[in-house]
Design a protein around this ligand. Structure first.
Ligand code: SAH
Length: 273
């Protein structure tokens, strides 16, 4: 099907006027008839399936049949589990993670969480987070608004490790495995699984892998006070991989953004062809 970028000025409600070279191409080169289907995009995230309604001299009038959802979502789902930080820092973390493309936002309470956890207040805060996230998704032209959860306990975070291809436990005391290494190893495993599946060995539709090999990645970030050794041991026992984000100690509100950027980069989700 033919596709054209049409300037915003040419869109009038359900009617689009194709002019210039595009109209010539459609009429003369493609020899389109009334009723021929064409996809138009305004180049800013709006796309429509249209049909030729009429020919008006050099121009072609198109009528919108259906608005199409443009998919700007990364193929890899990134879940961010972030220990509740002080004040309203989490608002910024959720906002930025949403802009960048995270799909699930999971706050949690850990041993060294500084803030007092108040379930009543949290429900109100969660509402506010959802609003911030929705607005961030709109401004980022995303087709999906990430889900923001109510705060979990550490135990409830640990179980998530079993639902992803890679569970990255950001730990400033881990200095051996980088995010890059951990992701590459996980990708190797995911690809092996996909191959096994293709050979009919493993029947797990959830482990289906996209082009870059990873379907879901979980990032876990601790509070201002960091994780305790007990928590680090539990993370490892649950199947999480302790990774370093470099030799500098990042603030809790910085770590998730660094990790998310790196994951998207490693999965070729930062644009280009
Ligand atoms: N209080 C600790 C630092 C905590 S930083 C200290 O002074 O040593 C808050 C969180 O950010 C950590 O729990 C970890 O999840 C993440 N983080 C910060 N810097 C990191 C790094 N270099 N590598 C991996 N994770 C890091």
């Amino acid at each position: 099907m033919q596709r054209y970028f049409v300037e915003l000025a040419q869109w009038q409600g359900e009617s689009i006027v194709l002019g210039g070279q595009d109209a010539h191409h459609l009429q003369r080169v493609m020899r389109a008839r009334v009723g021929e289907k064409v996809v138009c995009s305004d180049g800013a995230g709006r796309e429509a399936l249209t049909e030729v309604a009429a020919f008006a001299g050099e121009n072609v009038e198109l009528r919108v049949l259906e608005w199409l959802a443009v998919d700007r979502e990364p193929q890899v789902e990134v879940w961010i589990a972030q220990a509740l930080p002080k004040g309203d820092k989490l608002e910024m973390v959720w906002q930025k993670c949403t802009e960048m493309g995270a799909t699930r936002l999971i706050p949690f309470v850990s041993e060294r969480t500084v803030v007092q956890y108040d379930a009543k207040k949290e429900a109100k805060r969660a509402e506010r987070w959802q609003k911030i996230v929705k607005e961030a998704a709109e401004q980022a032209h995303r087709s999906r608004v990430p889900a923001v959860e109510l705060p979990r306990s550490w135990q409830q975070v640990l179980v998530l490790a079993g639902e992803v291809d890679a569970a990255l436990f950001c730990y400033e005391k881990a200095d051996t495995v980088s995010l890059k290494q951990a992701l590459r190893e996980a990708r190797g495993e995911a690809q092996d699984q996909a191959q096994d599946k293709a050979r009919g060995k493993v029947a797990d539709p959830d482990s289906a892998v996209a082009g870059h090999g990873l379907r879901r990645v979980l990032v876990v970030v601790g509070p201002e006070g960091g994780f305790s050794e007990k928590e680090a041991a539990a993370a490892e026992a649950a199947g999480m991989r302790a990774i370093t984000l470099g030799r500098r100690i990042l603030r809790t509100e910085t770590a998730a953004l660094v990790a998310l950027s790196c994951i998207l980069y490693e999965c070729d989700e930062l644009g280009g062809t």
